[in-house]
Every structure is written in C-alpha cells, then in structure tokens.
Design a protein around this ligand. Sequence first.
Ligand SMILES: Nc1nc2c(ncn2[C@@H]2O[C@H](COP(=O)(O)OP(=O)(O)OP(=O)(O)O)[C@@H](O)[C@H]2O)c(=O)[nH]1
Length: 429
Amino acid sequence: MELTPEIRLKAILEGTGAGTWEWHLDTQEVIYNDRWAQLLGYSLEELEPVTFQTWENLCHPNDLLQAREALARYLDGASQKFECVIRMLHKDGDWRYIHTRGTLLTDDQGRDTRWLMGTHLDVTREVVSQHQMEQLSKSLPGIIYTFVLEPDGRYYFSFMSEKTWDFYGVSPEAALRDPDTIFNMVHPEDLAALHESISVSARTMGEWVCEYRVAINDRVNWVRGVSRPEKDPDGTITWHGIITNIDRQKGLELELEQLSITDELTGLYNRRYMLRKLEESVAESERYGDDFSLVSLDIDFFKSINDSYGHPTGDAVLQRFATIIEKRTRKSDIVARTGGEEFIIFMPSTVLDEAEQVAESLRVALEAEEFVSDDGEAFNVTFSAGVVNWSGAGANATSVRDLLSACDQSLYAAKRAGRNRIVVNGVGK
Ligand SMILES: Nc1nc2c(ncn2[C@@H]2O[C@H](COP(=O)(O)OP(=O)(O)OP(=O)(O)O)[C@@H](O)[C@H]2O)c(=O)[nH]1
C-alpha cells in the first residue's frame, strides 16, 4: 500500500485523538470528521444534518463569544493563530473543555482561501487538574512552584502559584517570565548561600532545603524552601517544591538564641558564647595565623562590696562596670561576663601590647569611677586582670582550655601582687 500524504495525515490525527473541522467562511459549509463527534459522545450520523449551527449549539453560551472574538482577531491579522479553550456539551450531559485551533487553508500560490480548517482536542483532564492545583495552592500556607535548571546553566520557573505575590512582591507571571525577579528579592546576605544550596542539591540530587530572608521594601521575612530534584535523561533538573513563611518561628529561634548567649544582669555575652567564639577563633587562627588577645578581669573584694552595701548595690556595680568596658572596647571585641564578678574581653586581631593598653585604660577608668550605695555612701571599685595572647600556629597554648588557664594564672598573679593591677603573660608591671 502506498503511504499517501492523506493516509499519513489521517494516522497522525487518529494518533493525537483530534477531531477535525473545516468551515467555509462564505458558504458556511462545514465538514467534521467522525472523531469530532466522538469527542462529545456522538456519531456523526446522530448529529445529522451537521451544519455550522451544530457546533454553536454544542458550545457553552458563555464561551461562544470568546471563540468568536478569538476568530475575529485571527481573521483581522491581530493574532497569528486562532486558538481558544471552550466548553462543549457532551452527550452524557457534562461540559468538556475543548482546545480549538484553526488556520486558513492556503492555495498552491500561498494565498489564503476562505476555508478555515482546524482541530478539536479534549483537554478536560488538564483543565480540571490545573483548577485543582490552583485551588490546592490557595489553601496551602505557602507558594508551590517548579524550578528548572537546564544542562547549559539556564534556569527558569515553569510554575509559580498565586501566593508568589504575598511572598516576593512579584506576580507569578513576572516570575515565570524572568526568574531573577525572584532572586532579586532575596536578602543580599543570603543570596550566595541560596545559590550554593541549589548547586549542592543539583550535584547530589538530594532534597533542597534552605532558609533565607526575602526583603520587600522595608519588610524582611524569613522563608523556608523545601523541594525534591528530578533529573531528565538530557540532564535537565526540575525541582517541585514549596516555600513557607517561617518569620515567627525564626524570630523566636533568634530570640532564644540571643537569650542563650546573653548574661541577664549586664546584657553582655555569657560564658557559653565566649567559649564558642574562642573555639572558633582558635580554629580560624590556626588556619590563617591571625593574632588575638584575651583579658580576664575580676573585681577586687567584691564580696565585701556586697557585704557592706547590699546585693543590689553589688549588682549595680556589675552593670556599671559592664557599661564602662563596652564603651572602651571596639565593636569587634567580644565582652562577656563569665562568672559572678569575672569578665573576659576577647580582642580579635590584637597584639599583646594593645590589649594591655585597653586593660590599663579600663583599670584607670574604674578606679576613677565613683559609686554611691543605697545609703548614699560613696565608694570606689578596682579590678585585677590577666592578659594573654594567641599568635596563630606559633602560640604557646595549644587549646582554648590552656589559653584560659594561662589567662587565669596571670589574673591570680595580679591578685597575689596586691590587686588593682594587670599582669601580662604571667609577668606583672
Ligand atoms: N551582687 C552580686 N554578687 C555576686 C553575683 N555573683 C557573684 N556574686 C558575689 O561575688 C562575690 C565574689 O567573691 P570572691 O570570689 O570571694 O572574690 P572577691 O571578694 O571579689 O575577692 P577577690 O576576687 O579575691 O578580690 C561573692 O560574694 C558572690 O556572692 C551577682 O550576680 N551579683
């Protein structure tokens, strides 16, 4: 059997399940194929006599106008193709969504004829599932989306649900057109980590989880994204996921974190935070060979201040001393109250001499400060301090514990030598 173009075309149409229609714009003559009628549950014979009216009668009245407008736009040349989705009545009484496409037949000289020819495809399943997805996404507490990364590095969103606007201040349409409208809204401090987390997920094909801030005008919100990657044989990776707002949770988390590292009485950092920072700095210093210094301060005869003027006065002394230290140290220094009347100042990138100078200026400042008890009695307070230094890989101390112990030894030496003084590396001045 010879495979004529007609046979081929028929096979293709049958394969796609498309109904076909031909309509002469002047004579109103119409030709439908069997499939056209079968899409709506009929045979062509059942619909006899088939006319243009047959189509109009089966169309949902509300969609008819839309179809006529789409056709008018095509015939006027305002749009390149005639295409619309309309509801048509199935024999079983249900409305089916029919994707209608059409084009003017051209003659052998390439001129348009008055025959409009086209196809009908039942897209009810697609329309219904899209509707379900839209409804579902409305009730979800976040955005659902699909993000695609091509093997050549190009990326785009192929789906963004409606709430994109609430989360990013960007419409879903704008995000679909240009994915960077979304990335541009990410807090600059979190953008590199976000890109890195996507790269890691692409490399390992592991679940993508990332918490980052989104900045819309002056409002900053924490969001959390979770999605699973899927790889096509051509290397394209697609993530289907959800973004939720975790601002409240993150706020509480940060508040808790802040509380857990703060000394309640003075508002300075506490011992736990100081130890953590020291551990980090020792590790970093071993890598980069950076110097840092540590000053350990202990108020002299604090017990007798409590005993003479009462505990609340003792507390006020601790608070005032904390303020004095904060005022006379740099922003990059970390000041902690590490015990009752003990404080530690951690000074990054600071050599011993500089640290000693700061400690000395504090000593002079506290000595000159006048305190007044609840009973109106004036008194003075002094402290003793030990100063040590960590100079990268060449440090004498080999651990945080050794370093703290060396600092304490200097402090005890200062106490032993009569208090109100500073001892550097075990050597008093
Ligand atoms: N007011 C107040 N006192 C505290 C606090 N924490 C610890 N203390 C007191 O601080 C005092 C520390 O006393 P000691 O360790 O004997 O030292 P000191 O009296 O300062 O003597 P030296 O350190 O040897 O100069 C104790 O009496 C503690 O009760 C606090 O939060 N508030």
